[in-house]
Design a protein around this ligand. Structure first.
Ligand code: ZN
Length: 106
């Protein structure tokens, strides 16, 4: 049994969400990557493939726990809001596209 097997730890709707997860894991010292099998984008228009991210099996449980926290955050929604920098941010975006500040309900 090898310790460096790669296992899928989560699925995301798009590359952006997958990258957020990878960044989160990286902050905790876990290297993760997208499982790009190359053929996914041949699916029909309007049917986006899920993006899988993979980690070494020895990190699987820790990664799964971290991603569980991330999914809680993603499950929330937010209305359109105006950032303190003055830019208007569209509904569903928790970070300002202009300055990167995070949404905070007031
Ligand atoms: Zn801003």
């Amino acid at each position: 049994m090898q310790d460096d097997d790669l296992v899928a730890v989560g699925q995301f709707d798009n590359d952006i969400e997958a990258q957020q997860a990878i960044n989160l894991l990286a902050e905790h010292g876990i290297v993760a990557q997208m499982n790009d099998d190359g053929g996914a984008f041949d699916l029909g228009i309007g049917e986006l493939p899920a993006v899988e991210i993979i980690v070494v099996s020895s990190n699987f449980e820790k990664a799964q726990a971290l991603l569980a926290d991330l999914e809680v955050v993603q499950g929330e929604t937010c209305p359109a809001w105006t950032c303190k920098c003055g830019e208007e941010v569209d509904e569903g975006f928790f970070a300002c596209w202009s300055c990167g500040a995070e949404y905070s309900a007031e």
